[in-house]
Every structure is written in structure tokens, then in C-alpha cells.
Design a protein around this ligand. Structure first.
Ligand code: SF4
Ligand code: SF4
Length: 440
């Protein structure tokens, strides 16, 4: 006996019917015969459905055995990822100081650096937490992490050596404003520090970027960042995060031709984030979450525009991250700030009242830690058909409010999938279930 998957996303565009599954990532254009078979499964007319149809639909995860607890299976994967003991992840804010003075930044830019005794304690903390692990990952963060390059060097050297000795893998990435990231620095980060990817933020095209991403002097930074991206994209993977607001959305359109003119088309990954996101990597939002629906429209329009003019945005196919939820709710991940305090959420960096502990004392606030570790998938997400992609969005949002707004994918996933359909030759229109489309 069978049932249709709770993670199916069915939709119609023109005369065509499509089916996507957010857990398996399979995507198919459905013929009327296959649609009829799905209807038959819903109506429990199993005997009338061709065996081949059942096999095909099962191979894409669109149809599952009736006894399968899909949500339970997802939660199991999520628990393995959250409470498993394979990896240790650190986000390290080398300093809270920054060479920029972006007006919306929530961090207090004090001259605090992770150094001296705090650095010694950091190395001890890493060693202690690597017991029985197989992977170590570090994300360098700030302030601007490149204001404390010597620390990155020393900690990276230590991490590389200890991982080699223990036969562990080590990977590192960086979130930087990009202003100091010239070719020499990038070479050093890649070859000495094992940093393979960097995320750089732009606030639109030059016009709006230069109003908000400014130096202490108030001077704009677009040209220097663009020059640096041109210098480094062939040695380090560059993701450009573009903050989008009502005020700058028109200027964002101008960014694509500029990147094309600079010969960066297809060489960098570009993605959009709603304004007010707490930090440079996670995509949570505070009060601005109320505009997610509007943001999802901007995002769709911007992607369409990029397609029209031939700019390659990178792989936009919606794929599940398996069980990986935000690191704030992962048992083996911490954020370390320049005071040596430990946090779970990036948003809390620098706010010692919210720390769960410190490098020198270990966990000092079990209550705060428990709040994160006992986070559960919000109720509304347990019945959402794109939950394996969104995973309940930002844990901090749902811990703070019940009626938080959904991820933008909830509003534009069908447009994203239809774009994929239009851009790929027929034989590639099915992902992870190759045999479906030909029979559809
Ligand atoms: S809980 Fe939310 S704000 Fe905090 S790190 Fe995770 S996604 Fe970001
Ligand atoms: S936040 Fe919304 S889109 Fe995300 S899993 Fe929950 S219900 Fe679905």
C-alpha cells in the first residue's frame, strides 16, 4: 500500500503539470497518465495503477510506502546531524573591530581582539573538542576578520597540524567585507590557512552600495571590492551576497551588467538576502521578516533579469541540506567572539549577556545552551511541503515568536523550478529520478 509524499510540491504552468519533492530533490513533468495514477493512490485504487508508474513515482520519492513516517525519518536525520559526534564547527570572530561603518550593523566596533590568553584558551578548546571527531570546520568572521590576520595564521597552522596528526579533515571559509582581500592576501589564505571560500557582501550596485558599505571616513567601497573580486576569483571560491531592500532593489539590477563587463559572469556565485539579516551568513531576519513575501518577488524578478541578459547566477536548483539545521542548534558548534565568549547564534556575538560560556570557563549558562539544544521544528513546519529545504527557517526567530514568516522559497519555489525546466534540455528535466520524464 502506498501514499503520496507529504513533501511533494505539485504545480501547473501553462498546460504542463509538474511535481517536485523537497526531500529527494526529484522533479518531473507529469503526463495525464501519471497524474491519474497519483489521483488513484490518493483514492486508494491501487489495483488500477500500472506497476511501472508506482516504481517510477517511488524512485523519485513522490510516492512512498504507506507505513513510512516521512517526518519521523527527516527528524531522525536532523537528530543525527544535531547530536552526532562526527564534526566540530567553530565560527571565530577574530575581532569586533571593522574597517567599515555600515549604518545598519548591529555589532559594536570596539578594539577587542582574540589574542594573548584568549588565543591560548582557544587552542585548548579546539583540542578538547576534537576528541573522537572526524572533521573540523572553521568560519572566520568579525568585525572584519582580516584585521587580525596573524591570529588566523596561528590558529590555522594549529588546526592543520592537529587534523593531520589525527587523520581528520579540516576545512575553512571566511566572511569578509572584501576591502582588504587582494590577490596576495587571498593566495595566503588559500595556501597557508586552507580557506577555500569567501563570502563578500554588496549592497546593490555602486550607487546604493556606496551609501551603506562605507569606510570609517564615509568613503564608498564598491570599486575596491570589485577590483579585489576580479583579482581573486580564480584562486578562491567567491560568493557575493547582495542585500536587497526596497530602497536599493532598482540599483541591484545594475550589478549584473557590471559583473559581466568585468568578466565575472559564471565565475562567482551571486545570491540575494533580505535586508536586516542578522549577519553576513545566516539569512535570518528580524523585523524585516514581515517583508519576506515582497522579497521573494524581487528575488524572482532579479533572477529572471539575470537570465534575460545572460548572467549566470550559479546553481539555483532547490536542494535539501539533509538533516543540517542552523549551527545554533547543533551540539558540536559554537561561535567565539573576540572577548573569548561562546555563543550558539551568530546574532549574539559581542553581547556577553547572551553567552553560553567562555573559552576559559567552558559552559557557564546551561539554561541558555538548553534553550538552543531543545529547539524543535515549529508546529507549522511539520506539515509544510518544503520543510526539508527550509528546515523551520531560523531557530532564533521561532524561539522568539510563534507566527514568524516563512522563507522566501515558500513563495517562489514554483517559479524557481519552472525556470530550471525552461533552462535545461528535456533529458535533464528530472533530477534524481532519470526514468520519470521519459515516461511522463
Ligand atoms: S539561529 Fe538564526 S540568527 Fe542565529 S545563527 Fe541560526 S539562522 Fe542565524
Ligand atoms: S518556516 Fe515556513 S517555509 Fe519554512 S519550513 Fe516552516 S512552514 Fe515551511
Amino acid at each position: 500500500m502506498y501514499k503520496v509524499s507529504q513533501f511533494n510540491v505539485p504545480f501547473k504552468k501553462g498546460d504542463n503539470y509538474f511535481l517536485y519533492n523537497s526531500h529527494t530533490g526529484a522533479f518531473a513533468k507529469l503526463s495525464s497518465e501519471y497524474r491519474e495514477s497519483i489521483r488513484g493512490i490518493n483514492e486508494r485504487r491501487f489495483d488500477e495503477i500500472p506497476k511501472k508508474h508506482i516504481e517510477d513515482l517511488k524512485s523519485g520519492g513522490f510516492v512512498v510506502d504507506e507505513s513510512k513516517d516521512e517526518l519521523g525519518y527527516y527528524e531522525y536525520l536532523s537528530n543525527v546531524s544535531r547530536y552526532g559526534n562526527n564534526s566540530f564547527g567553530l565560527t571565530i570572530a577574530t575581532t569586533l573591530q571593522c574597517n567599515f561603518r555600515c549604518p545598519y550593523c548591529y555589532e559594536e566596533h570596539v578594539d577587542e581582539y582574540l589574542e594573548g590568553e584568549k588565543e591560548v584558551n582557544l587552542l585548548k578548546f579546539i583540542e578538547k573538542n576534537l576528541e573522537n571527531k572526524r572533521h573540523l570546520s572553521i568560519t572566520w568572521y568579525g568585525g572584519e576578520p582580516l584585521l587580525k590576520k596573524d591570529l588566523i595564521d596561528r590558529v590555522s597552522r594549529y588546526a592543520i597540524e592537529i587534523c593531520e596528526k589525527r587523520n581528520m579533515t579540516f576545512r575553512a571559509s571566511m566572511v569578509s567585507n572584501g576591502y582588504l582581500l587582494n590577490r596576495n592576501t587571498a593566495m595566503h589564505l588559500v595556501h597557508k590557512n586552507n580557506i577555500k571560500s569567501v563570502q563578500i557582501t554588496l549592497d546593490g550596485g555602486p550607487e546604493t552600495h556606496n551609501l551603506t558599505r562605507i569606510l570609517r571616513s564615509g568613503q564608498g567601497t564598491f570599486d575596491v571590492i570589485l577590483r579585489n573580486i576580479k583579482e581573486i576569483h580564480d584562486i578562491i571560491q567567491v560568493s557575493i551576497r547582495v542585500n536587497v531592500t526596497k530602497e536599493n532593489v532598482q540599483d541591484v539590477y545594475k550589478l549584473f551588467p557590471i559583473l559581466m563587463r568585468e568578466n565575472l559572469n559564471g565565475k562567482v556565485r551571486v545570491y540575494f538576502a533580505p535586508v536586516g539579516a542578522y549577519n553576513e551568513v545566516c539569512q535570518s531576519v528580524s523585523e524585516s521578516c514581515l517583508i519576506t513575501r515582497e522579497f521573494s518577488k524581487w528575488e524572482t524578478d532579479l533572477i529572471n533579469y539575470a537570465d534575460e541578459i545572460g548572467f549566470h547566477m550559479g546553481d539555483l536548483y532547490p536542494k535539501s541540506r539533509k538533516g543540517n539545521v542552523c549551527q545554533a542548534v547543533n551540539n558540536n558548534a559554537y561561535v567565539v567572539d573576540a572577548y573569548g565568549n561562546l555563543f550558539k547564534c551568530w546574532h549574539e556575538v559581542g553581547n556577553s549577556k547572551l553567552r553560553v560560556g567562555s573559552l576559559s570557563e567552558g559552559i557557564t549558562s546551561p539554561e541558555r545552551l538548553i534553550k538552543w539544544m531543545n529547539w524543535k521544528l515549529p508546529k507549522k513546519c511539520t506539515t509544510c511541503n518544503i520543510m526539508p529545504l527550509c528546515k523551520g527557517r531560523c531557530p532564533e526567530l521561532s524561539l522568539e515568536m510563534e507566527d514568524f514568516e516563512c522563507h522566501q522559497l515558500k513563495f517562489n519555489i514554483k517559479d524557481r523550478l519552472f525556470r530550471y525546466y525552461n533552462r535545461h534540455p528535456k533529458e535533464k528535466q528530472v533530477v534524481s529520478a532519470e526514468n520519470l520524464i521519459e515516461n511522463a
